[in-house]
Design a protein around this ligand. Sequence first.
Ligand code: FES
Length: 100
Amino acid sequence: MTLGSTYQADARDRFAPFMALDRLTTEQRDELLHGGTDMHRGGELCACFGVSCGAVEAAIADGATSLAAVGATTQAGTNCGSCRSEIRALLRAARLVKAA
Ligand code: FES
C-alpha cells in the first residue's frame, strides 16, 4: 500500500540522527515528538523566504515588536507581503499575552 507518491527528504533527514542513538534526551524526545525545534514548528509562514511560524514567534519573543522588526530579523514579510497579516496576528497575540 502506498500512502503517497512523494516523500519529504527534509523529514527523513531530520529523523536520521535519532536513529543512531540508543537513548534520547528529554530535549531530543520533545524535538522528535513536536516535529522539530522551535525554529521548524508551525509550518511555513513566509513562502518567499521559507520562514516558519516558529521562527517568527522566536523573533517576537526575542524582542521584535513590529512588522519591520520581524522582517529585519527573519526576512518574513519583506517581499510580496502576503504573510504580513499572519505576522501581525502573531504580534497582536504576543502583546495580549504580555499584557495579561
Ligand atoms: S510570503 Fe512572506 S513576503 Fe512573501
